[in-house]
Design a protein around this ligand. Sequence first.
Ligand code: C2E
Ligand code: CA
Ligand code: CA
Ligand code: CA
Length: 279
Amino acid sequence: IAKQTGEAFRRWSPAFDERSNEQVRLGAQMRHALDAGQFHVVYQPIVALPSQRTVAVEALVRWQHPQRGPISPGVFIPVAERNGLIVELGAWILRTACEQLVRWTARLGPLAPDRVSVNVSARQLARPGFAAWVAAVLVDTGLPAYRLTVEVTETAVFEGGPAVTALHELRTLGVRIALDDFGTGHSSLGLLQTVPVDILKIDKSFVDRITEAGRHAVIAEAMIQVSHGLGLDAVAEGVETAEQAQALSRLGYRLLQGYYFGKPVPEPDFTATGELLTT
Ligand code: C2E
Ligand code: CA
Ligand code: CA
Ligand code: CA
C-alpha cells in the first residue's frame, strides 16, 4: 500500500517530480565532481573534559559545486546512497581522512588528535570485503587501526546481515565503532545486545534541551549510565553553548563535540598556543 501511495504521489505531485529531477541531476553530476576534485573533507574536533584537548576529529564531506556553490551532505549523501556512488565517494573520504591524520601526526606529534572518525553508510558496510578493504587502506596509509573510528547509524545496522558482519570484522582489526545519532532509532538499546560498539554518539536533539529540567536531561543521564555500564565511551553531539557543556559535564559526559568547541574546518587548530595551522 505504501508503495502504491508513493507511486500515486509521484504521478500527481509536481513538487515531487521537481525534487526527484533535481536528485537525478545531482546524482549524474557527482561522478564528474569526484574526478574534478569538487569534494573535500572537513574535520570537527571532539574534545575531552576537563582539558578540552582535541582527542579526535570527525571527518565530514563537503561538495563545492562550481555553479551552485556549497551543497550540504544532508542533500547529496542520500542521493549518493541511492545511486550507489556512495561506495566510491565513501572510499575516497575514508582514505583521505586516514592520510590526513598521518600527515598531522608527522607534523604535530603528540599534539595531533589520537583518532579520526569517519561516517560509513549502510551500503558501503554491506559490500562484501569492506573490512578487508579498510585493512588495506590502513596498511597503505600507515595509520594504526586503533586510530580509526567508523561511525554508523542505528538504521544502517538495524537489519543485521552483512553490515553487522562487517562491523565484527572491523572490530577484529582494531578499528573502533561508534553508533551515530544514538537514541533516535527505534531500538537503540536492543541494538547494543547484538551490534559490536565502542562509542555511543548521543544525538544533538537530546543535547539541544539538556539545560531544561525535563525529560531530555533524564534521557541523556540514562544514556551515559548505559554507556558506562557497558564500558563504552559516550560522545555528546551538537554542543553549542557553555551551559550545555556544563550540564553534560555534570551528568558525567567527558567527550563533547559541537560548534561551541569548533565547527568543521579543513584544518582544525590543534596547538595549545592557539596558533593556526595550514597544510
Ligand atoms: P552526522 O554524522 O550526525 O554529523 C553531524 C552533523 O552536525 C554535521 O553536519 C555537523 O557539521 C553538524 N554539527 C556539528 N556540531 C554542530 C552544532 O553544534 N550545531 C549544529 N547545528 N550542527 C552541528 P553536516 O556536515 O552537514 O553533515 C550532515 C550529515 O551528513 C551527517 O550527520 C552525516 O549523516 C552525513 N555525512 C556527512 N559527511 C559524511 C560522509 O563523509 N559520509 C557519509 N556517509 N555521511 C556523511
Ligand atoms: Ca557522524
Ligand atoms: Ca550524528
Ligand atoms: Ca545526524
